[in-house]
Design a protein around this ligand. Sequence first.
Ligand SMILES: Nc1ncnc2c1ncn2[C@@H]1O[C@H](COP(=O)(O)OP(=O)(O)OP(=O)(O)O)[C@@H](O)[C@H]1O
Ligand SMILES: [Mg+2]
Length: 367
Amino acid sequence: MNALANPFRFGTVVDGIYFTDREKEIKQIGSYLRGANHLIIISPRRFGKTSLIKKILGETGSRYIYLDLQLVVSEEDFASQLLKRIYRIFPFQKLRGKIRSFRIIPSVMIHPVTGETEISFKPGSKDLTPLEDVLQLIEKLGTEKDRIKVVLDEFQEIFRINPGLDRILRSIMQNHKNINYIFMGSSESMLREIFEKKNSAFYRFGSLYLLGKIPEVKFRDFLLERFGPMTDKAEKLSRDVLKITGSHPYYTQQLAFNVWELLKTTGFQSGMVETAADGIIRNHDNDYERLWHTFNRTDRLVLTGMALSTLSPLSEEFRGQFGAGAPSTVFSSLQRLTSRGILIKENASYQMDDPFFRRWIISRRQQ
Ligand SMILES: Nc1ncnc2c1ncn2[C@@H]1O[C@H](COP(=O)(O)OP(=O)(O)OP(=O)(O)O)[C@@H](O)[C@H]1O
Ligand SMILES: [Mg+2]
């Protein structure tokens, strides 16, 4: 590790020295995927789903295709993006004969500079035959012994592409024996709708895996090891960081990154974790302000109450103290805020997702 390079990273997929723990998850998910199972991985935003699955698939050496459905704009684009990724792992020659049997023959171009393959069927078209042909192609390329893993991230986005896509996909995918599908997403309620409701298309299609935070003791070691070479107060700094972030993977790395930068310039100073946290809040002041304006009155009362107290928002005391209204009003606000990712539900209790937003609310009220 370069002594001057910040050893923390946030906002991108992490691996190597930036990745910690997930030992239990790597074992469990690895074992699911050795069998013929499909898997649904759910967690709130930025808990580390993408980093984890890429690490697992990278380490097992399996052939895999990863597609983030947020980037897909149409049915045709879905097929093109998948096929483009097939070209990354299979040689041209092998694919040539198989694509000949497609009902619509795509145009395939090699970008002269990047060397990447660009595919298009009929740009923007809602025709579903290309998608079906591409999925059947993946099935043909895999074998029962060496299944191809197909990761569809932010899977709830299928409804934006086409409201009936769940049923169509299910009817194709249910016959596949040479593919392990891995569906991922951060909208727990939507994914549960797709995979757990009795009358839903993907009912019990695979095992549901809920990814949690990184345990505090594991994260503390990770922080200690990185603050250690900079100061003999590493233990205190690590605890202070985790106290603010509650071991949330992204926010922990973000705060640790900023603390490390301060350490580099000033050395240890008491209160420096708070200083770093205040810096982050100042940086996001505009975003938080804009976000705040999108909430209705009840949402604001609930969020304020949650920022200022540890009471359960559904308790009588909370509702009385913060004037948040009837239990049903508070409940629908909690649901709304959870589906927007502002709150996360952990062990049946609600928490604010972003510890810095929480602090922003508190500091705004003190102004
Ligand atoms: N195993 C890990 N060890 C250390 N930090 C991690 C780990 N996993 C995730 N993080 C931190 O969380 C951030 C988000 O990770 P990642 O993008 O994999 O999460 P995600 O759940 O896919 O997020 P999104 O909801 O935005 O798709 C990373 O940039 C990193 O800072
Ligand atoms: Mg992700």
